[in-house]
Write a protein that binds this ligand. Structure first.
Ligand code: F3S
Length: 62
């Protein structure tokens, strides 16, 4: 499983990082990014939950 954050959609709500800090981090402007784009199997459920909770739908899971 892979995750990506669309920088054009991200508004810095930080829910991704709050829910799954193992996969998502925040840059210096507080925008989310995938620190671990290749999500380990044991973190897939949390990463998917983070994606579902992004109010801007900025996170793509593939
Ligand atoms: Fe951005 Fe959504 Fe995370 S708006 S900081 S990708 S919760």
């Amino acid at each position: 499983m892979k995750v990506t954050v669309d920088p054009d959609r991200c508004e810095g709500h930080a829910r991704c990082w709050e829910i799954c800090p193992e996969v998502f981090s925040l840059d210096e402007q507080g925008h989310g990014r995938a620190a671990a784009p290749e999500v380990p199997a044991e973190l897939e459920r949390k990463a998917a939950e983070a994606a579902a909770n992004c109010p801007e739908r900025a996170i793509t899971v593939s």
